[in-house]
Design a binder for this molecule. Structure first.
Ligand code: G3I
Length: 403
């Protein structure tokens, strides 16, 4: 009996240690002078277990949805700051830094705005009024702003979003100038995905940012989102080289929306690879004095991934039971260790990395030739693999992933 009780107590204790997750990433991060952040929703603050995780591990918050137009200005001229206020006040109470996300985006706009047809001057007025109100309200409280989000399409062309259509490409610099006018001390960022290492889109992003700097636009940095498919680990050397060129423009680079999605029930190998991705990025961040490392959510319980990428999940550092995963332990180890040096990347033989064979896409032959007619008929694609395509790869056409 005594033994059984002992075992029960041991298991309970063991679980508590994990449930409590006193990895204390926050303390470790502070010892290295980096902010470790996460995206959250106001409702998460009612979840006491989540609040525990938050306060122990993070010192930086991004409202995941509550500073987007659809929440902040649901009707023309009507502002609702209730959600954002909850998060900002929580952050202030817990001495956390806040990122404002976002002032101009092609998505999550209220219907009145998404269907707006007006002339350029009126569109400018609407955008300026929004920015002055929102940035102005949080003057001195929100330190970093994603002023413009995802300005490029998949090919690196300027996205044909509502602001580009109504105002023209000038909307980007105007948005920065107005945000700067509303809070001259806030740091202003251009935030983008698919630009984290080299490629056509990263090069286009670099050109765009460089031209903004050259025009004297008040831009202080870039946000690399880092929504990663765990099957395709970024090469740390390339990430480092990319960060280096943006820093050489005199800009800060922030990691703004990191998650590493895995397909199905992840294998041990996939979980280890995920931990490697999280920790390698923390290493690069420390080596290049990246001041901000934000994951897009705390636990898998609230992650956006499963509802956008069907069949994927397990993307964050804490699982849906709030337990830290290998990724969290790996990140804490990096934070507790010696600061990695730039030479780790800059002295490495990039040529051989470039020539390294890339893991191939899994490919297999369809059993019969499918007819591409917009219809998926029964059995037509049997034997093939499906790769998820995301809504924002299709602009606003489709919100969910397709398979
Ligand atoms: O607000 C409604 C709610 O009233 C309704 O009950 C509920 C039921 O589905 O839907 C709620 O809205 C959802 C909202 O998240 C809040 O949960 C939207 O349908 C859903 O589309 C929205 O998804 C957000 C997504 O942006 C939209 O693009 C995700 O939470 C959010 O994580 C995600 O974040 C973006 C970044 O802002 C920019 N970078 C990419 C990143 C991931 O897509």
């Amino acid at each position: 009996m005594k033994n059984i009780l002992g075992i029960i107590l041991f298991v309970l204790g063991f679980n508590c240690v994990f449930a409590n997750t006193n990895l204390n990433l926050r303390k470790l991060a502070e010892s290295k002078g980096i902010y470790v952040g996460t995206a959250i929703m106001p409702s998460h603050l009612e979840d006491s277990k989540l609040v525990d995780l938050l306060t122990n591990n993070f010192n930086y918050l991004t409202p995941e949805n509550h500073l987007k137009w659809e929440n902040v200005q649901p009707a023309k001229g009507v502002f609702d700051f209730s959600g954002a206020d909850k998060i900002v006040n929580f952050a202030i109470k817990h001495k956390m830094r806040v990122r404002g996300h976002t002032l101009a985006w092609h998505y999550q706009n209220p219907p009145w705005l998404a269907s707006l047809k007006t002339d350029k001057e009126e569109a400018k007025k609407i955008l300026k009024n929004h920015i002055m109100n929102v940035v102005g309200r949080y003057k001195g409280k929100i330190a970093d702003w994603d002023v413009v989000n995802e300005p490029l399409d998949e090919n690196g062309r300027l996205r044909v979003n509502l602001w580009n259509v109504l105002i023209g490409e000038e909307y980007i610099e105007l948005a920065f100038r107005w945000a700067n006018e509303a809070d001259p001390n806030a740091k202003l960022f251009l935030n983008e995905y698919g630009v984290e290492w080299f490629g056509a889109k990263a090069d286009a992003f670099y050109k765009l940012v460089k031209s903004l700097k050259e025009k004297g636009v008040p831009i202080h940095g870039v946000g690399f989102q880092f929504h990663i498919d765990g099957q395709y680990a970024p090469e740390p050397v390339f990430v480092a080289m990319n960060i280096k060129r943006f820093k050489e423009l005199g800009l800060e680079v922030h990691i703004t929306e990191l998650d590493v999605r895995l397909r199905g029930t992840p294998s041990e190998r996939a979980i280890e690879q995920q931990a490697r991705i999280y920790s390698e990025l923390m290493k690069v961040a420390l080596a290049y004095d990246i001041p901000v490392y934000v994951t897009w959510g705390v636990t898998d319980k609230y992650s956006w991934i499963p509802s956008f990428f069907s069949g994927y999940g397990y993307a964050l550092m804490f699982d849906d039971q709030y337990k830290p995963k290998k990724a969290a332990f790996a990140v804490s180890e990096v934070l507790a260790g010696e600061r990695p040096k730039k030479s780790l990347y800059e002295d490495s033989d990039t040529e051989s990395v470039i020539k390294r064979p890339l893991p191939p896409f899994r490919a297999s032959k369809a059993k019969k030739v499918p007819i591409i007619d917009g219809e998926i008929n029964k059995g037509e694609w049997d034997g093939t693999y499906a790769y998820s395509l995301m809504y924002n790869q299709l602009d606003t056409q489709d919100r969910k992933s397709t398979r």
